[in-house]
Design a protein. Structure first.
Length: 272
């Protein structure tokens, strides 16, 4: 698989105002924006008829902008994002009223540069590198009622704590980003044998984060998003343009892009 996507996230944040002695004398409103241009590349290999291994290597550009009164700071990074790998296994093949059941186990390595670690912590998938090792487990159910396909699933992700440098305090701090439980459901409609329209809803619950072992109040996050896509079945590849809309402040505001999935299969109509 490969493709291209662009995402933008914008949040208002409080910024402390200090005097020359370093005492806080007030609070003003600041704004932080994150722009992410990605070219995800994923390799998949069928280990057995029911098991598939995969490696995802995202490449791209990440830009973070912090602004408030008389202050504007940009940080940009070009390179590799956080790499993930794992495998998916079909636990049950659907028939009649029983759905296909697919389990996925994956691990993510913090290979991307985390310029603004708290931004990636508070809004996942908004920066090139979040800075955490992570382990994820997921179950997906797919039920076909031709020409309708229903799918739903849930999972759990644990991001391991890590140390980050805080330039404002000039110290290194230990950050635990919180536990994540996520879920999704959606529907696809086969217009014909080549084109499928789909809509899905995805959400998550992320527990409060901890800094140096202290709970940071008010950091529970519930990212919710809607995804719309068109899947085009070509003879040797699958093409999928898509767009996503964030429904809460904890989610990437908007994302759009396109993916191409090359397949090796026989198609008698084209002589493959």
């Amino acid at each position: 698989d490969y493709g291209v996507s662009y995402a933008i996230t914008e949040n208002d944040i409080p910024v402390a105002v200090t005097n020359v002695g370093g005492d806080v004398v007030g609070v003003i409103e600041g704004n932080i924006k994150s722009r992410l241009l990605l070219t995800p590349v994923e390799f998949r290999y069928g280990v057995t008829e029911r098991t598939q291994a995969f490696v995802n290597v995202p490449l791209g550009w990440s830009n973070s902008e912090l602004t408030f009164t008389d202050f504007d700071e940009f940080e940009s990074e070009i390179g590799i994002g956080d790499v993930s790998a794992g495998f998916s296994m079909m636990l049950c093949e659907g028939c009649q009223y029983k759905p296909d059941v697919i389990a996925t186990l994956a691990c993510t390595a913090p290979t991307g540069n985390a310029d603004f670690p708290l931004l990636g912590t508070l809004t996942p998938n908004s920066v090139l590198g979040e800075g955490y090792w992570a382990a994820t487990a997921q179950l997906l159910f797919i039920h076909t009622y031709d020409p309708i396909v229903l799918f739903w699933g849930f999972g759990y992700s644990h991001r391991f704590e890590n140390d980050f440098y805080n330039p404002a305090l000039d110290i290194v701090q230990d950050i635990q980003p919180g536990e994540t439980a996520f879920y999704q459901f959606g529907v696809g409609f086969g217009v014909n044998e080549w084109i499928t329209l789909s809509t899905s809803f995805a959400g998550a619950y992320i527990s409060e984060l901890y800094i140096e072992g202290d709970r940071v109040e008010g950091t529970i996050r519930e990212p919710l998003r809607l995804r719309f896509a068109v899947t085009i079945n070509a003879p040797d590849k699958v093409i999928e343009p898509f767009t996503e809309i964030g429904m809460t402040d904890d989610t990437v505001d908007a994302r759009f892009g396109i993916t191409w999935t090359h397949t090796h299969r026989r198609n008698d109509c084209y002589g493959y």
